[in-house]
Write a protein that binds this ligand. Structure first.
Ligand code: ZN
Length: 133
Protein backbone atom coordinates (compact mmCIF):
# COMPACT_ATOMS: atom_id res chain seq x y z
CA UNK A 1 0.00 0.00 0.00
CA UNK A 2 1.39 3.33 -1.02
CA UNK A 3 -0.12 6.03 1.17
CA UNK A 4 -3.32 7.20 2.78
CA UNK A 5 -5.15 8.36 -0.33
CA UNK A 6 -8.02 9.88 1.60
CA UNK A 7 -10.02 9.80 4.81
CA UNK A 8 -13.77 9.48 4.37
CA UNK A 9 -15.93 11.47 6.78
CA UNK A 10 -19.67 10.85 7.11
CA UNK A 11 -21.65 14.08 7.34
CA UNK A 12 -25.34 14.80 7.55
CA UNK A 13 -25.24 17.64 5.07
CA UNK A 14 -22.65 18.69 2.52
CA UNK A 15 -24.16 22.15 2.39
CA UNK A 16 -23.30 22.55 6.08
CA UNK A 17 -19.99 20.66 6.11
CA UNK A 18 -18.38 21.91 2.88
CA UNK A 19 -18.20 25.51 4.20
CA UNK A 20 -16.92 24.17 7.52
CA UNK A 21 -14.08 22.26 5.86
CA UNK A 22 -13.37 25.20 3.56
CA UNK A 23 -12.74 27.24 6.70
CA UNK A 24 -10.77 24.47 8.37
CA UNK A 25 -8.54 23.58 5.41
CA UNK A 26 -8.52 27.01 3.82
CA UNK A 27 -9.30 25.71 0.35
CA UNK A 28 -12.28 24.75 -1.75
CA UNK A 29 -13.26 21.22 -2.70
CA UNK A 30 -11.65 20.30 -6.01
CA UNK A 31 -14.64 18.20 -6.91
CA UNK A 32 -18.11 17.19 -5.84
CA UNK A 33 -19.60 14.04 -7.23
CA UNK A 34 -22.65 11.87 -6.80
CA UNK A 35 -21.87 8.16 -6.66
CA UNK A 36 -25.08 6.42 -7.59
CA UNK A 37 -23.91 2.91 -6.67
CA UNK A 38 -22.90 3.99 -3.15
CA UNK A 39 -25.93 6.26 -2.61
CA UNK A 40 -23.73 9.20 -1.66
CA UNK A 41 -22.84 12.71 -2.61
CA UNK A 42 -19.18 13.42 -2.08
CA UNK A 43 -16.93 16.47 -1.86
CA UNK A 44 -13.15 16.16 -2.06
CA UNK A 45 -10.52 18.42 -0.54
CA UNK A 46 -6.78 18.11 -1.07
CA UNK A 47 -4.58 18.39 2.00
CA UNK A 48 -0.94 18.06 1.05
CA UNK A 49 -0.34 14.52 -0.10
CA UNK A 50 -3.79 13.15 0.63
CA UNK A 51 -7.45 14.04 0.60
CA UNK A 52 -10.55 14.41 2.69
CA UNK A 53 -13.73 12.90 1.27
CA UNK A 54 -16.97 14.18 2.76
CA UNK A 55 -19.83 11.73 2.34
CA UNK A 56 -23.50 12.64 2.52
CA UNK A 57 -26.19 10.02 2.06
CA UNK A 58 -28.62 10.47 -0.82
CA UNK A 59 -31.10 8.04 0.76
CA UNK A 60 -32.47 7.65 4.26
CA UNK A 61 -31.51 3.97 4.32
CA UNK A 62 -28.14 4.35 2.61
CA UNK A 63 -24.91 3.09 4.15
CA UNK A 64 -23.84 6.56 5.27
CA UNK A 65 -27.28 7.40 6.68
CA UNK A 66 -27.24 4.19 8.72
CA UNK A 67 -23.67 4.85 9.88
CA UNK A 68 -24.68 8.30 11.17
CA UNK A 69 -27.79 6.89 12.87
CA UNK A 70 -25.61 4.41 14.74
CA UNK A 71 -22.45 6.37 15.45
CA UNK A 72 -23.10 9.99 14.56
CA UNK A 73 -21.07 12.03 12.12
CA UNK A 74 -17.37 11.27 11.98
CA UNK A 75 -14.61 9.26 10.36
CA UNK A 76 -16.20 6.60 8.19
CA UNK A 77 -13.21 5.01 6.46
CA UNK A 78 -9.50 5.27 5.69
CA UNK A 79 -8.48 4.66 2.09
CA UNK A 80 -5.08 3.40 1.03
CA UNK A 81 -3.83 3.74 -2.51
CA UNK A 82 -2.52 0.62 -4.23
CA UNK A 83 -0.88 0.01 -7.61
CA UNK A 84 -2.72 -3.19 -8.49
CA UNK A 85 -6.05 -3.56 -6.72
CA UNK A 86 -6.72 -7.15 -7.78
CA UNK A 87 -3.30 -8.31 -6.60
CA UNK A 88 -3.76 -6.46 -3.30
CA UNK A 89 -7.25 -7.95 -2.83
CA UNK A 90 -5.80 -11.41 -3.34
CA UNK A 91 -2.95 -10.74 -0.96
CA UNK A 92 -5.32 -9.46 1.75
CA UNK A 93 -7.71 -12.36 1.25
CA UNK A 94 -4.83 -14.79 1.68
CA UNK A 95 -3.89 -12.97 4.88
CA UNK A 96 -7.39 -13.71 6.20
CA UNK A 97 -9.10 -10.37 5.73
CA UNK A 98 -12.68 -10.49 4.52
CA UNK A 99 -13.45 -8.34 1.50
CA UNK A 100 -16.82 -6.62 1.29
CA UNK A 101 -16.79 -6.95 -2.49
CA UNK A 102 -15.22 -9.79 -4.42
CA UNK A 103 -14.38 -7.71 -7.47
CA UNK A 104 -13.19 -4.09 -7.58
CA UNK A 105 -16.08 -1.68 -7.89
CA UNK A 106 -16.24 1.86 -9.19
CA UNK A 107 -15.90 4.53 -6.52
CA UNK A 108 -15.78 8.31 -6.51
CA UNK A 109 -12.95 10.31 -8.03
CA UNK A 110 -12.17 7.92 -10.89
CA UNK A 111 -11.19 5.02 -8.65
CA UNK A 112 -11.68 1.31 -8.42
CA UNK A 113 -12.25 0.42 -4.79
CA UNK A 114 -12.67 -2.45 -2.36
CA UNK A 115 -13.64 -2.35 1.32
CA UNK A 116 -12.41 -4.73 4.01
CA UNK A 117 -14.63 -6.02 6.78
CA UNK A 118 -14.13 -3.66 9.76
CA UNK A 119 -14.34 -6.58 12.21
CA UNK A 120 -10.98 -7.74 10.82
CA UNK A 121 -9.32 -4.34 11.16
CA UNK A 122 -9.95 -3.15 14.73
CA UNK A 123 -13.33 -1.72 13.86
CA UNK A 124 -11.98 0.61 11.19
CA UNK A 125 -13.46 0.41 7.72
CA UNK A 126 -10.51 0.20 5.32
CA UNK A 127 -10.82 1.01 1.63
CA UNK A 128 -8.16 0.20 -0.90
CA UNK A 129 -8.29 2.16 -4.11
CA UNK A 130 -6.58 2.42 -7.45
CA UNK A 131 -6.79 5.12 -10.06
CA UNK A 132 -8.78 3.92 -13.08
CA UNK A 133 -6.57 3.80 -16.15
ZN1 ZN B 1 -13.39 6.62 0.08
Amino acid sequence: MKKIEHIGIAVKSLSASVPLFEKLLHCRPYKTEQVESEKVNTAFFITGNSKIELLESTETNGVIARFIQKKGEGIHHIAFEVDDIEAEMNRLKNEGFRLLNETPRPGADNKLICFLHPKDTNGILIEICMEKK
